[in-house]
Design a protein around this ligand. Structure first.
Ligand code: NAI
Ligand code: MG
Length: 368
């Protein structure tokens, strides 16, 4: 049997720092759980631009298409701010998402008990929170035509078009229903069918798919603005939320902030099934390259580590090992392990990036 393959693109700024901790975790799984990965490493973003004059080479793109999963750190930084748009570091990431056709963006909002007081909401509203937002990532108003800024008589007019086809709606809804089957079997679909035809189509197609293929899933519909209110009022009412690109952008950031620091947030972007039956996939922390703290050992590696846990779950079908890793993170936090971004008023001595890695590895070992 071939080993599962993983392409690591650490990128810029704190990307390589947080990825170094993931590498230690991968090695731990190899040594202690007999899980050997074929790990490839390559450049993306500013690092690739420095080496090759482009934020993603064709070679790296081809490699990304051939592996079971891609794990990305972060791209960008002030050094590249003046580059032409076409060769900016972000273009490397955009090219990966586009050419791998990663239409389903999974953004968990999970509140670790040890950090519940860190939220801007009251403890009982967020403690134990575990929801998943599925955002459509490759269509909708960010891509629809016509678009542009035009002159109309004496006025300038800016135009963007929200456009969804049935197949685009069905494939992302399917990924939400499949996810819900591994969780609490509940999906809430959000759009604005009250004012948008694309929302009417969205609602109809999601409901039809549920009725035809997922009768075991409890499906509800909510207007996205009401959904935003409910997310802040009582987020624990949700299990899986599925929504379009624009609403998903906003709702996933809203939900994420219920739980605390940017340094804690993982994500997965999934595409169509490959020959293996598993989806094309790219995993990355939500945060960027954090140039303000890069190179100082201050970065929280948990977002990147939890992204690897998502890879274990969704690309390598190792749900129990993903649980093991998430529980190790939870226990390390429970024991008081904190990087500077997780320090509250109470003070104390923060851990470095690798100190947090040590704390999580110790808990992994204790789990054996
Ligand atoms: P950012 O996410 O890099 O940083 C925002 C703030 O959060 C900073 O104060 C940073 O120190 C802190 N932070 C972020 N991740 C952290 C971690 N793991 N541990 C502790 N603190 C953390 O966003 P910002 O500053 O807007 O962008 C910086 C650069 O990153 C820019 O070049 C931007 O284009 C790029 N970027 C890249 C993304 C990606 O690769 N997916 C996403 C967002 C921004
Ligand atoms: Mg956003």
């Amino acid at each position: 049997m071939k080993n599962p393959s993983l392409l690591i693109l650490a990128g810029d700024g704190i990307g390589p720092e947080v990825m170094a901790e993931v590498r230690r975790i991968i090695d731990w799984y190899g040594a202690n759980r007999a899980m050997a990965f074929d790990v490839f490493e390559d450049l993306v973003g500013g690092a690739a631009y420095d080496a090759h004059g482009t934020p993603l080479t064709d070679d790296t793109m081809a490699k990304a298409q051939s592996v079971d999963a891609v794990l990305l750190g972060a791209v960008g930084g002030p050094k590249y701010d003046d580059l032409d748009f076409s060769i900016k570091p972000e273009r490397g990431l955009l090219r990966l998402r586009k050419e791998m056709d990663l239409f389903s963006n999974l953004r968990p909002a999970q509140c670790f008990d040890a950090l519940a007081d860190f939220s801007s909401l009251k403890r009982d509203i967020v403690a134990g929170l575990d929801i998943m937002i599925v955002r459509e990532l490759t269509s909708g108003v960010y891509f629809g035509e016509p678009r542009g800024i035009f002159q109309e008589g004496n006025e300038r007019v800016g135009i963007n078009t929200q456009r969804y086809t049935t197949s685009e709606i069905i494939r992302v809804a399917r990924s939400a229903f499949e996810l819900a089957r591994r969780r609490d079997s509940r999906v809430c679909s959000m759009e604005k069918a009250n004012v948008m035809e694309s929302g009417v189509l969205w609602r109809e197609e999601v409901q039809k798919l549920r009725d035809a293929e997922y009768p075991d899933i409890e499906l509800t519909h909510m207007y996205a603005d009401a959904g935003a209110m409910q997310l802040c009022r009582w987020p624990k009412q949700f299990d899986v939320i599925v929504t379009d690109n624009l609403f998903g952008d906003i709702l996933s950031d809203t939900a994420a902030m219920l739980t605390g620091s940017l340094g804690m947030l993982p994500s997965a972007s999934l595409g169509a099934p490959m020959a293996s039956g598993m989806p094309k996939a790219l995993y990355e922390p939500v945060h960027g390259s954090a140039p303000d703290i890069a190179g100082q050992g201050k970065a929280n590696p948990i977002a990147c580590i939890l992204s690897f846990a998502m890879a274990l779950r969704y690309s390598f079908d190792q749900g129990e090992e993903a649980d093991r890793l998430e529980q190790a993170v939870e226990r390390a936090l429970g024991n008081g392990a904190r990087t500077p971004d997780l320090m509250g008023e109470e003070g104390g001595t923060p851990l470095t990036t690798s100190g947090m890695g040590d704390a999580i590895l110790a808990e992994l070992t204790a789990s054996l």
